[in-house]
Write a protein that binds this ligand. Structure first.
Ligand code: C2E
Ligand code: CA
Ligand code: CA
Length: 431
């Protein structure tokens, strides 16, 4: 007999199964283990072998894991490239380590596909408890913290025991501080130019948020944006960002460079009913044209609630705003999906651009994306262009726009104005 397999991909159902096991283990006074298995670089497998093979491999991996678990264990696919495993009624907590090692070992065995072997690797986040006082949410959060820990340190798996609560406290402190960041005037907008390869001039700037905490100093948006999302603060941050960008843009030199900016929207904002109103109101207040604004939405945010996203974006696009799909290539959508998405632009994720020269597959992907996107009338922006060699390759491929440290890092308003005024194409485009 093999472990139970939940035949759904819905996180909620997994939560319910976990709740149930928590109460079972509480009754039997046994420990409960939870593993979150995150496949490494699975996106690359999809990119190289195609989504069909990708899906087949995921299914095979799930079957294999299932085969090495006990009957009472539960496995479910809880994300695009993630499995959740519930290990109930453990005689003692240490058994989870054994389970994690077994799962890793079986995943690492090559998968023999028709066209040759494919290798997978994974990181595993582990939580284990005698369950008194636990709930499913806390459990998952702990396993996710362990996973993050494992990934950051490149460990095959990690169990955060006492550390978990410490990390939690720190996050909570940060969340508290973020609530005051706006009143304390600790947020700033930085601007990074995007260059049009046809005119060889800046065509707009991407606005990137910065937070400098009173004691802790600068905190990366990769840390505080997800925090703000969880704390339900994205709305006020986006409102502030919109106002700041529209105001700042008015002072940019307009000779030869259009006063245009791109703003990042997070998933929660995109699905918010008030989004369209919020954008219109800000444009009216600052007397700005809708065409001067691009909204960047990540591929993953779009996929979370495709119907609502499409509705909101359609209204915004119809009134003249530009819509850009950010981090393209990191999600699971095929280009075909975008036939139905109101968008003007695709931004290829910088992981592809950075790897273009080390990895032929990445170069091919970039080329293909440019060709296909053009056939859908979408402009392609390559982000993360760090050197001239990459710029030249992108020019040869026919990419439309580029952005990256080769041209400039994100800069505060004043520095950005100076940069625009001093811009000389000959400095970057040499023959
Ligand atoms: P993103 O939208 O993909 O932004 C691009 C990130 O790439 C920025 O990181 C930028 O500084 C960095 N970058 C630009 N050129 C290069 C390069 O040549 N090489 C490398 N290695 N990196 C480059 P940053 O500013 O740390 O922002 C991280 C993420 O935080 C953004 O990713 C975006 O998802 C989010 N974010 C930033 N500002 C906002 C905001 O105002 N609202 C929302 N919702 N998200 C934001
Ligand atoms: Ca962006
Ligand atoms: Ca991006």
């Amino acid at each position: 007999m093999h472990a139970q397999e939940l035949d759904f991909n819905v996180r909620n159902t997994f939560f319910l199964a976990l709740e149930e096991q928590i109460s079972q283990c509480a009754k039997s006074h046994t420990a409960l283990g939870l593993l979150i298995v995150d496949l490494r670089n699975f996106r690359r497998i999809n990119a190289v072998h195609g989504f069909n093979i990708g899906n087949q491999i995921l299914q095979l991996a799930q079957n294999r894991i299932k085969a090495c678990l006990r009957t009472q264990d539960v496995i479910a696919r809880i994300g695009d490239d993630r499995f959740g495993i519930i290990l109930p009624e453990l005689p003692h907590g240490e058994v989870v380590r054994l389970a994690a090692s077994k799962v890793l070992k079986t995943i690492k065995e090559p998968f023999l596909m028709e066209h040759g072997p494919v290798k997978l690797d994974a990181s595993i986040g582990v939580a284990v408890h005698n369950v008194a006082g636990m709930n499913a949410e806390k459990f998952v959060l702990e396993a996710e913290k362990s996973l993050k820990f494992a990934k950051q340190r490149n460990l095959p798996y990690a169990i955060i025991e006492t550390e978990a609560s410490e990390v939690h406290d720190k996050e909570w402190e940060l969340e508290e501080a973020l609530h005051h960041a706006l009143d304390r005037d600790e947020l700033r907008m930085y601007y990074q130019p995007v260059i049009d390869l046809k005119t060889q001039r800046p065509c707009h700037a991407e606005a990137l948020m910065r937070w400098t905490h009173g004691h802790l100093g600068p905190i990366s948006p990769a840390v505080f944006i997800p925090l703000a999302e969880r704390a339900g603060m994205m709305d006020s941050l986006t409102k502030w960002a919109l106002g700041t960008v529209l105001r700042d843009m008015g002072s940019w030199p307009s000779v030869q460079t259009p006063q245009r900016a791109a703003l990042n929207l997070s998933a929660t904002t995109l699905h918010d009913q008030d989004l369209v109103d919020m954008v219109y109101t800000s444009l009216r207040i600052w007397g700005a044209e809708p065409t001067s604004l691009t909204l960047e939405i990540t591929e993953t945010a779009l996929m979370q609630d495709p119907k609502t996203s499409r509705q909101h974006l359609k209204v915004l696009q119809d009134s003249g705003l530009n819509i850009s799909i950010d981090d393209f290539g990191t999600g699971y959508s095929s280009l075909d999906y975008f036939r139905n998405v109101p968008a003007n632009e695709l931004k290829i994720d910088r992981s592809f651009i950075n790897n273009m020269f080390d990895n032929r597959a990445d170069e091919k992907i970039v080329k293909l994306v440019v060709e296909l996107a053009s056939s859908f009338d979408l402009h392609v922006v390559a982000e993360g262009v760090e050197n001239e060699k990459t710029l030249k390759a992108l020019q040869a491929i026919g990419c439309h726009k580029v952005q990256g440290y080769y041209f400039a890092r994100p800069m505060p308003q004043k520095e950005y104005i100076d940069w625009l005024q001093g811009f000389n194409p000959a400095q970057f485009f040499r023959d």
